[in-house]
Write a protein that binds this ligand. Structure first.
Ligand SMILES: N[C@@H](CCC(=O)N[C@@H](CS)C(=O)NCC(=O)O)C(=O)O
Length: 220
């Protein structure tokens, strides 16, 4: 059996969960309290980060590398285009979310409001304010991309959509996404949220942090 060591509200873990589910690869989810940095966890990933995926005898870390590995081993259904330009665009957008969006928005909202609390620290309101401001610009950028494309990186759903949806779904869990800001983004998220691969994310419950009613509602 494959095992994914994960944390429910980790966008990097969610991206891997979406890829595995879309390709119908079964996996046992093992919750990892990564901030405790226990010895077994550090043995699995000396970088001390989730996700960690164990497939057969192989133990892997780094969500982008994991997703591309899954893609190469299980190419159907495809989550990467076949042409170099298309693949470039997917990788650019995955990096946009895992780097820029993560730094400007996710770390400022989710990590302040949830992760810090779990670790017994107080949120910094300046960060929360900065994150709430930055997400507007990112939603506008997504809306602009979707003006020209059916999916974020082109005409086919790809890892770029999963990277974006992974981040936005964790923020939606804490009601930090204004779905009325951009109709294209709302429509795109409704489409991706209704996929069977999304079901396990919508069932997530983090103890002490109940999700709002709209979180699992497909008609939000
Ligand atoms: N580049 C990594 C980032 C993963 C990541 O930042 N995971 C967070 C949880 S969302 C973590 O484990 N943080 C612990 C740490 O940075 O020490 C990936 O894409 O897998």
């Amino acid at each position: 059996m494959n095992s994914l060591f994960h944390f429910a509200l980790s966008p990097a873990c969610r991206k891997v969960r979406l890829s595995l589910a879309e390709k119908k690869i079964e996996v046992e989810l093992v919750e990892e309290r990564y901030w405790e940095q226990d010895a077994d966890f550090l043995r699995r990933n000396p970088a001390g980060k989730v996700p960690v995926l164990r497939m057969g005898s192989k133990t892997m870390s780094e969500s982008a590398a994991i997703c591309e590995y899954i893609e190469e081993r299980h190419p159907t259904p495809p989550l990467m285009p076949t042409d170099a330009e298309g693949r470039y665009e997917v990788r650019r957008l995955v990096t946009w979310f895992d780097d820029k969006f993560h730094h400007e928005v996710t770390s400022k909202l989710l990590y302040e409001r949830v992760h810090k609390k779990i670790m017994g620290q107080s949120p910094d309101s300046r960060n929360v304010k900065a994150g709430a401001k930055a997400i507007r610009y990112h939603l506008d950028y997504l809306g602009w991309l979707l003006d020209q494309r059916r999916w974020l990186a082109g005409s086919q759903m790809s890892l770029a959509d999963f990277a974006a949806a992974a981040h936005l779904s964790t923020l939606d869990y804490i009601s930090d996404v204004d779905w009325n800001r951009n109709a294209n983004v709302h429509e795109w998220y409704a489409k991706i949220k209704s996929r069977p691969a999304f079901r396990s994310l919508l069932a997530d419950q983090l103890s002490g942090f109940p999700p709002p009613a709209h979180y699992a509602d497909l008609d939000f």
